[in-house]
Design a protein around this ligand. Structure first.
Ligand SMILES: [Zn+2]
Ligand SMILES: [Zn+2]
Length: 170
């Protein structure tokens, strides 16, 4: 989604987002739906909204790939990049409310990289395919679904394990 600044008048603009095909910029997210409000005031823009998405995830426990529903809040500020920004040193002087600023060059703002970032940030740090995922079997490494491997049944009480080990060492 590209905003052409010259064609965009000052004020509030509403954009509906509806991507059913995986967009090249949003690889693992499809579909993505929602609406964005762009508030333009001169050269600065404030983009807010909410996006609902389906993402390809890998379970952190059983490593299975699955589809997860998610929602990302969008709240981005854009302002043009100035010469001071390029020469550096300015970063330290950024006002606290400027920390989340996205700097742009030229007359066009490509929103996708920023939106993708917001979607990525909204993903869970430790995704799980389902609440009761039991992960992988510690012994054979297979996903612990129902009774696929017999290892679980052979498991010994951890309190006995130490004793058994001692016995073996003797
Ligand atoms: Zn899982
Ligand atoms: Zn097993």
């Amino acid at each position: 989604m590209k905003l052409k600044l010259r064609q965009l008048q000052d004020g509030r603009h509403q954009f509906d987002i509806s991507l059913s095909e995986p967009a090249s910029d949003l690889l693992d997210f499809s579909p993505v739906r929602g609406s964005l409000t762009v508030l333009k005031s001169g050269v600065t823009l404030h983009v807010t909204g909410c996006l609902d998405y389906t993402a390809r995830q890998h379970c952190s426990l059983c490593l299975k790939s699955y589809e997860a529903q998610g929602q990302a809040e969008i709240d981005l500020f854009f302002r043009p990049q100035t010469r001071e920004d390029l020469t550096g040193g300015r970063e330290l002087e950024l006002k606290p409310d400027e920390l989340d600023m996205v700097l742009y060059l030229g007359q066009e703002i490509d929103l996708w990289p920023e939106l993708r970032e917001a979607l990525l940030l909204s993903l869970p740090v430790k995704p799980v395919c389902r609440q009761d995922c039991r992960g992988l079997c510690a012994q054979c490494g297979k996903p612990m679904v129902e009774d696929t491997c017999g290892c679980a049944r052979k498991e010994t009480d951890p309190r006995w394990e130490k004793l058994l080990k001692l016995k073996k060492e003797k």
